[in-house]
Design a binder for this molecule. Structure first.
Ligand SMILES: [Mg+2]
Length: 273
């Protein structure tokens, strides 16, 4: 993956930058309820003006991220997709190589049905069932089903049955991340693993990461500055490593409004304005 990322970057004229911003989408750059990101536009424009990188890091699939990344004018930067299970290359539109995903589904088929049937993964669901499970529109559900690296789903059994299910998967090299609603299966990489790869490739002088949920925490702690974006829809994240010494900040405003203020504040602190 590292080689692949380097090759794409070399192929498309290396972007060098003083700053890369890694950002979660839902509840962070994008409003939890309205999906609006326009309050963050002034900060996005300031970052563009200084040729800073903005890397979207989300549980969304490449198929979902591509149009959004294009709309945000961030297509020249890689994106972290499927909760860090994969990377979408700069300017890339790859949504077809599902070899990892197919391997994952093949491992699932070998699990005894009594356990396997307790996991309702997106792959086994019709678009209508994904709409029911997620509340997405029909078009968005179709994009969410175009998976390449990971399989999210609902766990319908007990915790004990889940432990048994995960034990079998672990033996096959599959790891699980429990989100607020979905249990997500993949071959192990997460948002911070991909963040490290991108930093190693671009070598920015400064890094900022923004997020609102437990699956963003490692990314926030790894950045030079991490920003916890307020999300009134969930309980606040516990104190994070680096928070006491000022390397982790918390916004009062939620979503893109908080994002905008935090970026302006940090650009001032880093004297990058
Ligand atoms: Mg989020």
């Amino acid at each position: 993956m590292q080689c692949q990322l380097r090759r794409f970057i070399n192929d498309s004229m290396t972007a060098t930058t003083d700053l890369i911003v890694f950002t979660d989408l839902d509840g962070t750059l994008i409003d939890h309820d309205t999906y609006d990101w326009s309050p963050a536009q002034p900060a996005l424009s300031a970052l563009k003006g200084m040729s800073a990188g903005v890397v979207l890091a989300s549980s969304k699939t490449a198929a979902e991220i591509i149009p959004l990344r294009q709309t945000l004018g961030l297509h020249q930067w890689p994106a972290i997709v499927e909760n860090g299970a994969g990377i979408l290359s700069p300017n890339g539109a790859e949504t077809q190589d599902a070899s990892q995903y197919n391997e994952l589904l093949s491992i699932l088929t070998k699990i005894p049905p009594a356990l396997r049937d307790l996991f309702r993964g997106f792959g086994a669901c019709s678009p209508e069932q994904v709409i029911d499970m997620t509340g997405l529109t029909a078009k968005a559900a179709q994009l969410a089903k175009q998976r390449m690296f990971s399989e999210p789903g609902l766990w319908l059994g007990t915790d004990m049955q889940k432990a048994e299910f995960l034990k079998i998967l672990t033996a096959q090299g599959v790891t699980a991340q429990q989100g607020g609603r979905f249990l997500s299966l993949s071959f192990g990489t997460n948002k911070v693993d991909q963040m490290r790869r991108i930093i190693e490739t671009y070598r920015p002088k400064h890094t900022i990461a923004l997020g609102d949920a437990p699956n963003d925490v490692k990314m926030l702690e790894h950045a030079e500055f991490g920003v916890v974006i307020a999300n009134p829809h969930r309980s606040p994240l516990p104190p994070l490593t680096g928070e006491e010494d000022g390397h982790i900040l918390r916004t009062k405003a939620s979503g893109p409004m908080g994002w905008n203020m935090a970026i302006h504040d940090l650009l001032d602190r880093l004297e990058l304005h």
